[in-house]
Each structure stands twice: as C-alpha cells, then as structure tokens.
Write a protein that binds this ligand. Structure first.
Ligand code: COA
Length: 288
C-alpha cells in the first residue's frame, strides 16, 4: 500500500496503449464496476481496436477506453471505465480527451449508460437516439421462419456480407466482418435470386447469446434471420434494438426477449454515416 500522501497525483498518471497482456487487468477493472468479465469481447476489441488505459501505481488499471476505427472517418468508443477508487477525479475525462485526440477528424459514436452520459455531454457528444436492450429466452413461432432463402453463411459469402455491412454502417469494417465467422456461434444470410441481401450473427457472451449484427432489407427479413439464429438455443439471448425499429422491438418482446434497460446513442464531430435503417442490431454496443 502506498501512503496516500506519497501517491502520485492523478494528473501525473499517464495514458498508455494497452496490449492483450493487460487483458486480465481489464477484466478486473470491469468487475470492480460490477460489469461482467467479458473476455471474448475484450479479446475482439484488442484485435480490431485500440485499447488505452491508465495504470494504477498500486497495481492493476485505474481506467480504460477503447477506440475502434472504421477507416479515417468513423470510430466506435467503448469500455469507458474508471476504477471505483478513482471515481470523479478526472480520469474518465482524461481518457476520453486522449481518445478524441487520437481519433483526429473521425466522427465518434458510443452508447452511453446513465453514468457516462454527463461526462460525454461535457466533452461535446450529443444524443441522437435510444437503444433498448432486450433480454430473455426467445421462442420464435413457426410463422417467423416463413421468409425464403435464409441459410447458414459460407466462407464465399464474406465479400457480399462486407458490402451489406458497408452500405448499412457507411464505413469499412472489414477487420470486424472478417472475424465474425470465427467469433460468432451462428451466422445466417438471406439470399434472394442468388444475391445475399441480409446477414445475421449470434455470439456467446458470459451470461447470454448476443444476436448481432442483423443487417436486413426489411423487418420481416430481420425477424427471419433472428428466428434462424436463435432456434433451439438454450438460455437467454440479448438484442440491442434502436427505438427506430419499433416493429422489431415489439416482435422481439412478444417472443420472450423483453426490455431490460436502455442506453443513449451519442455522436461527436458529425452524423453517423450509412443506411442505418438496415442495421437492426449492432455486432455489440461496443462496436456498433
Ligand atoms: C463514467 C465514468 C467512466 C466516469 O469516470 P470519472 O473518472 O469518474 O469521470 P471524471 O472524473 O473524469 O468526470 C469528468 C466530468 O464529468 C462529470 N461527471 C462524471 N460523471 C458524471 C455523472 N454521472 N453525471 C454528471 N456528470 C458527471 C464530472 O463532474 C466531471 O466534470 P468536471 O470535469 O467539470 O469536474 C465512471 O463513473 C465509470 O467507470 N462508471 C462505471 C462504468 C460506466 O458506466 N461507464 C460508462 C459507459 S458508457
């Protein structure tokens, strides 16, 4: 234990780029804030994003933040965490300002919990939407499967999936898309007249299976993809549905995955690009 009077002031604790060797400390930090130790998620973020952190002089991490870049013009912000023992001392603000500098001219987005929102507003982020997280055992009805052409995704679909994602998200996310077949437990495409027009994935997190992304041309297609992705799954699933997709949210609730909590979608430095109406659920909130 360092004597409190000998402790470096928080202003002298530098921000550094973390590596996957720091994973364990990231998980401990998450646990400190009563978040789950989401190892698979953090591993993916270390692969596709830049993880920054501040070391606690007494061991472990005092804070983290992650920037995942999608080309030069868009970046996703996630894992904004400051250890309880360092709360309200300015570290969250320092980490975020560091990330904003690193991001250059890119538009940034994140989904804010009620704890983070005040901080992001101070930094210049604006609220642009609300995302409702639905959790529960999803039990699709036979009619939900009626769309033709939903089948497991194949290696040869990756290029078409990349194009669908580019159209929906408006930014190149090849690093994320390329990893999905391995990261996800199930992937499905919707194919019509030989063309892949929809895509969905479901991946296993600590306490549920997350259904995302779901990229579709209509709510009916999104429903069919989700039904195929969750058929015969044991345990709860999680879907993060923007309130703009009301019809999908109602269907998801009616099949058993009910609203659990909501977060605020926020942007910094510009509007979100892409045809977002096609993005029914994100890969995960951390990546959009
Ligand atoms: C949110 C969190 C990262 C903030 O970190 P922090 O280091 O305590 O924040 P800071 O001390 O840098 O606060 C920066 C500013 O935001 C303000 N602020 C911080 N939390 C706030 C809140 N909940 N409501 C309003 N303002 C807040 C502070 O007053 C401070 O303003 P100031 O610079 O004028 O004094 C931290 O509370 C945390 O890890 N919470 C749990 C995890 C979480 O919810 N993360 C956000 C995910 S979106």
């Amino acid at each position: 234990m360092i004597d409190p009077k000998d402790r470096p002031s928080v202003a002298d604790m530098p921000v550094r780029r973390l590596g996957v060797d720091d994973l364990r400390d990231c998980l401990l930090l998450a646990i400190d804030r009563k978040w789950l130790p989401e190892e698979a998620k953090w591993r993916l973020l270390f692969e596709v994003g830049e993880v920054y952190g501040i070391d606690d002089p007494e061991g472990g991490l005092a804070g983290t933040v992650v920037l995942s870049r999608y080309g030069p013009r868009l970046g996703a912000v996630s894992m904004v965490l400051v250890a309880t023992r360092y709360g309200r001392m300015g570290l969250g603000g320092r980490l975020m300002r560091h990330l904003i500098r690193q991001a250059g001219d890119a538009t940034l987005f994140l989904t804010a919990t009620e704890y983070g929102r005040g901080l992001y507003e101070k930094l210049g982020f604006t609220a642009v939407g609300t995302v409702v997280t639905h959790i529960g055992q999803l039990r699709p009805e036979p009619e939900d499967f009626k769309q033709d052409g939903v089948r497991p995704a194949r290696e040869t679909d990756l290029e078409a999936i990349g194009r669908l994602d580019l159209r929906a998200s408006g930014a190149p996310r090849a690093e994320v898309i390329r990893r999905l077949p391995r990261f996800a437990e199930r992937t499905r495409v919707a194919e019509r007249a030989g063309e892949v027009t929809g895509f969905g994935a479901a991946w296993r997190n600590v306490d549920n299976v997350v259904v995302g992304p779901v990229i579709a041309a209509s709510t009916a297609m999104a429903r069919a993809l989700i039904a195929e992705l969750t058929a015969d799954l044991h345990g709860p699933v999680r879907l993060d549905v923007d309130t703009r997709h009301r019809a999908l949210a109602e269907w998801v609730s009616s099949r058993g995955a009910v609203p659990a909590f909501s977060t605020t979608l926020m942007t910094y430095g510009g509007d979100l690009p892409g045809d977002r109406a096609r993005l029914y659920t994100p890969v995960m909130q951390a990546l959009g």
